[in-house]
Design a binder for this molecule. Structure first.
Ligand code: SF4
Length: 348
């Protein structure tokens, strides 16, 4: 794996992004931001599964003002997502947002960006220049590749902010197409010092969206690129946070909660491993310690993997051997598989 690209750290509320800080997991609410109670409830669900930054859509002034009340009810920094109307950014800043996301394709004249930059600077609030392949600025050159157009759009906005003596910048360049996204990030990573928010936009429902996001995000992370990640899914945002941590854990970039090893099952299994692994996975969602748990179907790979885990079971017909740190603890009956395994996880 490549060394992580060095980036200039920024502070979004209490969370540091870039500068070698742990890669930050973020998500976005799917509630109506004006519905303060529902938005707080969803952010709390996200906090519970480890979300570290949250973005809320700001379609109008009422949503911008709601950020003040939302912030009173949550613990993680809140970023306002602004499109089209720069006055919404000004109002969100007044309401106490911790970060702004602007799309250079749709904010318009430099004077409007200037007004936002001044107000953000007074409050020490960073701005993400969030370019999206689906909403490139009208001035983009169609003869260039989409990746190049995205980079140019971001650089234009970055240079404008820099000319206003504003450097609390974070950048994203997202497309649905994975190679386009990777190419754009590789290009801009060499051209600017700012931290990068990475992700694949409109990646789809979980079954396909997690794969598409994982391919894009993991490739970039493996290349050392990326300071904060968001997995965009057509699903409850909790799924985005869970998937983001699984990506980071798979690359050994973050420790967060348990790692579940489970065999795929095959004709040798004499218990329903799919059902068992799903039950264990569900129970592990409530565990926050970094522990490796193995659920294995038979004696072929079962004892090896189960022994290698902190806690594991290797199943046979109606029974399983329970292991802890490589040592056999005891044999358990099928009806006790989940409870006995989870009791050892709790004790660990
Ligand atoms: S551990 Fe056993 S049951 Fe599971 S996939 Fe391997 S051979 Fe099949």
């Amino acid at each position: 794996m490549n060394l992580r690209r060095k980036s200039k750290p920024i502070q979004i509320g209490k969370v540091t992004v870039g500068g070698g800080a742990p890669i930050v997991v973020q998500s976005m609410t799917k509630t109506d931001t004006r519905d303060v109670m529902s938005t707080i409830a969803q952010i709390k669900e996200l906090e519970d599964c480890g979300c570290e930054l949250v973005r809320v859509a700001v379609p109008d002034i009422e949503a911008a003002r709601a950020i003040r009340d939302i912030k009173r009810g949550v613990s993680i920094p809140v970023i306002a997502d602004i499109h089209f109307d720069y006055r919404l950014a000004l109002e969100a800043l007044k309401a106490g947002c911790d970060g702004l996301r602007l799309n250079p394709g749709n904010i318009g004249e430099p004077e409007k960006v200037k007004a936002i930059a001044q107000a953000a600077k007074e409050r020490n609030v960073p701005i993400r220049v969030g370019v999206n392949a689906g909403s490139l600025p009208r001035a983009a050159n169609p003869k260039l590749t989409i990746a190049r157009q995205m980079v140019d759009a971001a650089l234009h906005q970055i240079h404008l902010l820099e000319s206003l003596d504003f450097d609390l910048i974070k950048v994203s360049l997202k497309a649905f197409d994975v190679p386009t996204t990777i190419g754009a990030y590789q290009d801009i990573a060499q051209k600017i010092p700012y931290p990068l928010h990475i992700g694949i936009t409109e990646a789809g429902p979980p079954r396909t969206g997690i794969i598409r996001s994982t391919v894009g995000i993991s490739t970039l992370l493996y290349l050392g690129i990326g300071d904060t990640i968001r997995v965009s899914l057509t699903a409850h945002p909790r799924e985005e946070v869970i998937a983001a941590y699984e990506i980071l854990k798979s690359l050994n970039l973050r420790q967060h909660g348990p790692i579940l090893v489970s065999c795929p099952s095959c004709g040798r299994a004499e218990v329903d491993i799919v059902k068992l692994a799903e039950a264990v996975e569900e129970r592990l969602l409530k565990v926050d310690k970094p522990i490796k748990v193995a659920v294995m179907g038979c004696v072929v790979n079962g004892p090896g993997e189960a022994k290698d885990a902190d806690i594991g079971i290797a199943c046979g017909k109606g029974k399983a051997v329970l292991f802890k740190k490589g040592k056999k603890l005891r044999t358990i009956e099928e009806r006790d598989f989940v409870t006995a395994l989870m009791a050892e996880v709790e004790r660990f």
